[in-house]
Design a binder for this molecule. Structure first.
Ligand SMILES: [Zn+2]
Length: 344
C-alpha cells in the first residue's frame, strides 16, 4: 500500500471516529483517569496553498489546526513543556507544543501570522546553513531526481551513481537511500547528479536572520537543528558535537538568542548525539518517533507527532495515540501489522 492510500484510509478512519464521538470520548476518559500528556507536533513548511506537496501544509489548514488545538489543549513553548515534564510532579493537564523544522520561508510568511493572530507560541528549529543560503540537501536531491526522471538521462549515469552509492536507484526514494551514506559519498552522488540535471531552480527557500529575529521578538522559540542538516549517526562523535555547537553559535551570533532546545535532523540520533546535546547544555532534544511524552521520559529522546495535510479529524485521532509508534510495535508483536519505522 502506498503512502497516499494509507493516508486516505487514516483520514476515513479518523472521520468515522469523530462522527461516532470516539475521539472525544477517548480524550475525556483519559483525562478523567488523570493520564495527562505532553504532545509535540512536528510541522515543516507552511505555504499559501491550496496545493500541499508532501511535508507542506497550507496556511488555511494550519490556521484550522491551530484553532482546533487551542480549543482542546494548552499550547505552550517547548521550553515550558520540558519544565512541566521535569517538575517532578504529575501533570495536571495536557500540554501541546507546535514545532516547525528547518526554517522554511513559509514559517515566517504564512505560519507566523496565524500564530500571532491566535496568540499561541511555537518552536522553530533552524538549520543554519539553510538560512545562510545553502539549499537543504534533502530538498535539492529530491528535486534533482525529479528532474532526472523527466529528462531521460543516459543509462550509464544511473550505473555510475549506483557505483558511487551502492543501492542507490533513480526509481527508489533517493533521500531514504542516501541519508545513511557517509556525507562525502552522499555529496559526491548528489554533485554528479546535479552535473547532469543542472541545478533545480525551484529549491525551497529559508527565512532570513532578520525574519527569525522578528519572530523570536514576538515570542516564537528558536531551537537549533545543526548547520548542514546531516544524518547525525553517519558522523563521528566529534563531528556531531561540532555540527550541533556551531548551529547554536551561529543562531546566537545572528539573533542574540541562545537556543536551549534541539531537534535531530530527520529524527536520526545515536548515543553520541545525545551526549553532545547534554554536554553543550541543551535542556532537551526532539526525535521523530511518533508518540507523546510523560514525566520521567528522556528529555533527549522526546517523541513528536509528524503532521501533514491532515484533516482536523485526523489530527484529533493522532492525538488519541492510535497511530503512535508504540501502538504499532505492540500490534506488530501480536502479528497484526508489519513493523515499520516512523519517519518525518
Ligand atoms: Zn529537519
Amino acid at each position: 500500500m502506498n503512502r497516499k492510500s494509507r493516508k486516505q484510509i487514516a483520514q476515513a478512519l479518523a472521520a468515522g471516529m469523530a462522527w461516532t464521538g470516539i475521539t472525544s470520548t477517548l480524550r475525556a476518559r483519559r483525562r478523567r483517569r488523570g493520564d495527562f500528556r505532553v504532545f509535540i507536533l512536528d510541522y515543516h513548511e507552511v505555504e499559501r496553498g491550496p496545493i500541499e506537496p508532501e511535508g507542506v501544509v497550507s496556511q488555511t489548514r494550519f490556521r484550522s489546526h491551530v484553532r482546533f488545538l487551542k480549543k482542546h489543549f494548552d499550547i505552550v513553548s517547548l521550553a515550558e513543556a520540558v519544565d512541566r515534564l521535569g517538575a517532578n510532579a504529575p501533570l495536571d493537564r495536557d500540554s501541546l507544543v507546535l514545532t516547525l523544522d528547518d526554517g522554511y520561508i513559509g514559517n515566517y510568511e504564512h505560519a507566523f501570522g496565524v500564530l500571532r493572530d491566535e496568540a499561541v507560541p511555537a518552536t522553530v528549529f533552524v538549520a543554519t546553513a539553510f538560512v545562510d543560503g545553502q539549499p537543504l540537501w534533502t530538498d535539492l536531491t529530491r528535486r534533482a531526481v525529479a528532474r532526472a526522471r523527466s529528462m531521460e538521462l543516459p543509462e550509464s549515469l544511473s550505473a555510475e551513481l549506483e557505483e558511487l552509492a551502492p543501492g542507490w536507484k533513480l526509481g527508489a526514494d533517493p533521500v531514504e537511500t542516501l541519508k545513511h551514506r557517509a556525507p562525502d559519498v552522499r555529496n559526491e552522488t548528489v554533485a554528479r547528479l546535479l552535473e547532469s540535471t543542472g541545478r533545480p531552480d525551484d529549491v525551497a527557500r529559508a527565512m532570513s536572520w532578520q525574519q527569525i529575529t522578528e519572530m523570536a521578538a514576538a515570542g516564537i522559540e528558536i531551537g537549533a537543528h545543526t548547520v548542514n542538516h546531516p544524518i547525525l549517526p553517519t558522523l563521528s562523535a566529534e563531528q556531531q558535537l561540532e555540527e550541533i555547537d556551531a548551529s547554536r553559535s551561529r543562531i546566537t551570533e545572528m539573533t542574540g538568542i541562545v537556543p536551549t532546545v534541539f531537534a535531530y535532523p530527520n529524527g536520526d540520533y545515536d548515543e553520541n548525539s545525545i551526549n553532545a546535546c547534554r554536554q553543550l547544555g541543551f535542556a532537551a532534544a526532539c526525535t521523530t518517533r511518533r508518540g507523546f511524552n510523560t514525566p520521567g521520559c528522556d528529555r533527549f529522546r522526546l517523541n513528536r507527532i509528524g503532521i501533514g495535510a491532515d484533516s482536523n479529524h485526523l489530527l484529533a485521532a493522532r492525538l488519541t495515540g492510535i497511530f503512535d509508534q508504540q501502538q504499532r510495535e505492540r500490534m506488530s508483536e501480536m502479528g497484526l501489522v508489519r513493523s515499520q519505522t516512523a519517519h518525518a
